[in-house]
Design a protein around this ligand. Structure first.
Ligand code: ARG
Length: 576
């Protein structure tokens, strides 16, 4: 498979490194875009890296490497500072890259990674709300972040099986069933299932404070459920059904889909084998009063419970069954969980138990995320701490509507509506995805819906601007892809250099399971493009060469913006 862009540059440098008698893993050979055109187009610190290991002076190593560069890719090479190697790349290279990118961006980005399409498999567990409750804010995060990671891997040629592991099993459903049977009003439940189920559950807890017997009744109902009682099973099925209908409304608006919805209850009949095996292998040892536990490696951690003294299984037991099932069914290379950081201990325990059981050789990834932090006090406290996602999405669209009406005066009412949907949902998504998921995610309406700065409207506006330039030039992207680049201005070259970094941003986002690398890349590209656009005429350029150069760059930017936003699950409006 042919490599492109940064990968080509890396390869040439890698060859030179090897010829000089050194070796470095390609993954550790970093090539960065320079900050200042004075220092070339790209720069690598590989000489410093090698010198450290070899006990030599970095400048000497750099000199060796440079001497061994055998390629006409570079028009100039220079050693700078403590041993950086700076390179100037020939213009023809950029032309070919941009042309390829315009012709078929899907192929273009896959070539970089160099894996055969579909040869690697990932199974993912994202979104995973709990039934009988409205979806929480952290589920919005696990849904949006998860979806972008999945889309990115698929773009890079991976096969991804996306699973939605809904919370639909556990002792709490015994309590809920008890509450439904005791206080439930069928009509009211049918009219407004989720709110009713939630308040019945709350009522159970209130009453249980006064009457401790209730806990036992709840347990008894769950036991019946486990033993296959028909009525209880039907009740649970009903609860799951109405909950999925609610979730589906949100998923539809966010435009996310899952290959599987194997919730916790799916593993109900798959836990016995796990328990037996773990027991046989001595991984599950005796805890208190007949309970089974896994001892931690770290003496500061509590032991992990896999079977309670009354024989009941736990969340952890089902999670272990999930890993076993995924392994049997898909033999994946990666297993991914995009889950709230609050579950860190749980995931530590689960991975520890999986490893002890030898469940899989897949890389197990816990891509955790922080809390949503609201700038707007009203948001976090509204309706007793339950923030309705539906209302958040409605508000985003309403705010976007006001904005669109004010700005896009030449659009029809229907166009404004469509634009505000795209902008509203896009802003919510981009706000989440442009932040480092490890930290708390700040939710700020003003920043989110601003046309300036790192926001969805800014990027959408840039993409539509590029699109309309191409249209106004009366050419197609295909036409533009036949043009040649002939840079005269640094600003043009800046855009070209930034374009070359796109696949690297995707790769990095995939490696670290962090979509914010894609978002931040797109923001940088948009800024470079807008700087060029504001300084240099495109359609009225002073020569045909200049015009074609800028049109090819514009077409490339448009392709990348739309493609990258697509990975983030964000649409680009036709007009805005
Ligand atoms: N349903 C759980 C919750 O909302 C998250 C499930 C995460 N996935 C897992 N395999 N444990 O807290």
């Amino acid at each position: 498979m042919k490599k492109r862009n940064l990968a080509v540059i890396k390869e040439v440098l890698h060859e030179a490194v090897k010829k000089s008698g050194f070796d470095v893993d390609l993954d550790h050979l970093h090539v960065e875009k320079t900050k200042d055109a004075k220092h070339g187009d790209f720069s690598t610190n590989v000489a410093m890296l090698l010198a450290g290991k070899a006990g030599k002076r970095p400048a000497d190593v750099a000199e060796d490497v440079v001497k061994n560069i055998k390629s006409d890719l570079f028009e100039k090479v220079e050693i700078a500072g403590p041993g950086f190697i700076n390179v100037w790349v020939v213009q023809k290279f950029y032309t070919e890259e941009c042309q390829l990118l315009c012709e078929n961006i899907e192929d273009y980005v896959q070539e970089i990674v160099g894996i055969k399409f579909g040869s690697k498999t990932m199974v993912s567990d994202t979104s995973h709300p709990n039934v009988a409750k409205p979806m929480g804010v952290h589920h919005l995060l696990s849904t949006i972040i998860g979806d972008a990671i999945i889309k990115n891997y698929r773009t890079l040629g991976w096969k991804v099986v996306s699973d939605n592991y809904i919370g639909d099993w556990g002792t709490q459903f015994g309590k809920l069933i008890y509450a439904i049977k005791t206080w439930g009003d069928k009509k009211a439940i049918q009219a407004d299932p989720i709110d009713q189920l939630l308040s019945l559950y709350v009522r159970f807890h209130d009453e249980a404070e006064k009457n401790v017997e209730l806990e036992q009744f709840g347990r008894a109902e769950f036991k019946k459920l486990e033993d296959g009682d028909k009525e209880n099973r039907e009740l649970l099925n009903y609860i799951v059904k109405v909950s999925l209908e609610e979730f589906e409304k949100i998923y539809k608006r966010l435009n996310v889909k899952y290959d599987l919805t194997n919730g916790e209850s799916f593993y109900e009949n798959k836990m016995a084998t796990i328990l037996e095996e773990g027991r046989k292998n001595g991984v599950f040892v005796d805890g208190n009063e007949g309970a089974w536990i896994v001892m931690p490696d770290d003496p500061n951690d509590p032991p992990a419970l896999v079977k309670k003294s009354d024989g009941a299984t736990l969340y952890l037991t089902r999670d272990l069954a999930q890993t076993a099932y995924w392994e049997d069914e898909y033999h994946p290379d990666v297993m991914l969980w995009v889950v709230d950081v609050a579950q860190s201990l749980h995931f530590k325990q689960r991975f520890h138990a999986s490893n002890k059981l030898g469940q899989t050789s897949a890389k197990m990834v816990y891509a955790n995320f922080g809390r949503m932090q609201f700038k707007d006090k009203k948001m976090s406290t509204r309706k007793g701490n339950i923030l309705k996602l539906e209302e958040v999405l409605d508000e985003a669209e309403e705010r976007a509507f006001a904005l669109a009406k004010e700005r896009a005066t030449e659009l029809s009412e229907a166009e404004v509506k469509e634009l505000s949907r795209i902008m509203g949902i896009g802003s919510i998504k981009y706000n989440v995805l442009s932040q480092n998921r490890i930290q708390n995610i700040v939710f700020d309406w003003d920043r989110m819906l601003s046309f300036e700065g790192n926001s969805a409207p800014y990027l959408m506006y840039t993409a539509t601007r590029a699109k309309s330039l191409i249209k106004k030039g009366d050419i197609s992207t295909r036409d533009a892809s036949k043009f040649d680049l002939s840079f005269t201005e640094t600003l043009e070259k800046e855009v070209a250099l930034q374009l070359m970094m796109y696949p690297d941003a995707l790769r990095r986002a995939a490696d670290e399971f962090k979509p914010n690398h894609i978002a931040n890349y797109l923001y940088a590209l948009a800024q470079d493009f807008n700087t060029m656009y504001n300084a240099l005429p495109v359609l009225n350029a002073d020569s045909e060469d200049h015009k074609n150069t800028r049109l090819l760059l514009t077409a490339s930017v448009q392709r990348v913006m739309e493609h990258g936003l697509g990975i983030l699950g964000i649409e680009v409006p036709e007009k805005m």
